[in-house]
Ligand binder design. Structure first.
Ligand code: HEC
Length: 131
């Protein structure tokens, strides 16, 4: 029975553990494109194709890393995305898929955001392979 241990110390141990795991070298390494492909299939593929020129509810994400935002000619973007003036760097994509509205307020990507940093790194690693 562990009832003698104060609740706080359990919490502390799990916090310390997650901090330890969170700062392990692996989580700072580049994302895993294979894992990213699976996460993409689950989280993004409903609205996005990775085939060049194939738009769904969202624009094709073929070659999106390094592409100017809102620049696919035959896709109808929201006005804020169309008028935005930046290039999709891995960092930009990271903040965007964590919270789309934070990067492009008024954006029309109705996506709740991918909370897990590792999942985002994996998806970005996968997107980086599409050229
Ligand atoms: C519910 C549908 C939906 C889901 C799910 C979704 N998106 Fe989108 N996405 C959109 C729409 C719609 C736009 C166009 C936004 C605009 O014009 O304001 C967009 C735009 C984008 C853009 C900008 C592309 C460009 O040409 O400028 C990126 C990058 C992007 N999405 C990545 C992702 C990733 C990665 C995921 C999964 C983690 C994802 N999206 C999930 C609908 C979605």
């Amino acid at each position: 029975m562990r009832s003698r241990q104060p609740v706080g110390s359990d919490l502390f141990i799990s916090l310390a553990l997650s901090l330890l795991l969170g700062t392990s070298p692996a989580s700072h390494a580049a994302g895993d494109p294979k894992r990213g492909a699976a996460t993409f299939a689950q989280e993004c593929a409903l609205c996005h194709s990775v085939q060049e020129g194939r738009n769904k509810l969202g624009p094709s994400l073929f070659g999106v890393v390094g592409r100017k935002a809102g620049s696919i000619a035959d896709y109808i973007y929201s006005a804020p995305m169309k008028q935005s003036n930046f290039v999709w760097s891995p960092d930009k994509i990271d903040t965007y898929i964590a919270d789309p509205q934070q990067v492009v307020p008024g954006d029309k990507m109705k996506y709740h955001g991918l909370a897990d940093e590792k999942d985002r790194a994996d998806v970005i690693a996968y997107l980086s392979t599409l050229h």
